[in-house]
Design a protein around this ligand. Structure first.
Ligand SMILES: [Zn+2]
Length: 188
């Protein structure tokens, strides 16, 4: 499953979402989720600068373990806040498989409660709090191996049509010249 690139399935929106629901819906035993694309900054296995996350669905949550390294340093010995936010954002992207919606980040908040240290393992968990039409309200938490809460997050994602991706990205993860995707008006 990890070798499969989810973005490659954007050919037909309906079949994509049906396939997602069948494979990664909230029922059934825990299952590993596929990368968004080979080059995804968060989870792409071919991105040497990325985090190469391996997430799994457990019930209606998405979880992963992650170790930040020297590529992600901010203050000495501490992960850059933007790197932490990138990982949380990508975990929300994994949650889309579970909730069965194509969506993009509209707003992302991270509350940093304790330093995220390089070389330490952290457990990240994301879930959907509620859905209002196109608005998907997500939340996440980051815990260290002692069970201490080190960060929390909330985010607003907006559901989009598959054309949002196919009309603007010709070669996901590998293009240096991909045009800017269309703006996403916020649903009212
Ligand atoms: Zn990803």
């Amino acid at each position: 499953m990890a070798d499969e690139c989810a973005v490659g399935m954007f050919e037909d929106g309906a079949s994509v979402l049906e396939a997602w629901s069948r494979q990664w819906g909230p029922d059934g035993p825990p299952v590993e989720l596929p990368p968004h694309s080979a080059g995804c900054l968060g989870c792409g296995p071919e991105n040497p600068h990325g985090h190469q996350l391996r997430a799994r669905r457990e019930g209606d949550t998405v979880v992963c373990q992650h170790v930040f390294d020297s590529r992600h340093v901010g203050a000495p010995g501490i992960a850059h806040g933007g790197a932490v936010a990138a990982v949380v954002d990508d975990l929300y992207g994994m949650l889309l498989f579970v909730v069965g919606s194509l969506a993009v980040t509209r707003r992302l908040e991270v509350e940093y409660l304790r330093p995220v240290l390089l070389g330490r393992e952290y457990a990240l968990t994301a879930w959907m709090e509620r859905r209002e039409g196109r608005k998907l309200h997500f939340a996440a938490r980051v815990d260290d191996t002692q069970g201490q809460l080190v960060a929390t997050s909330r985010a607003l994602f907006l559901a989009v049509d598959p054309a949002h991706f196919t009309s603007s990205v010709t070669s996901p993860g590998h293009s240096d010249t991909a045009p800017v995707p269309p703006a996403v008006p916020e649903a009212t």
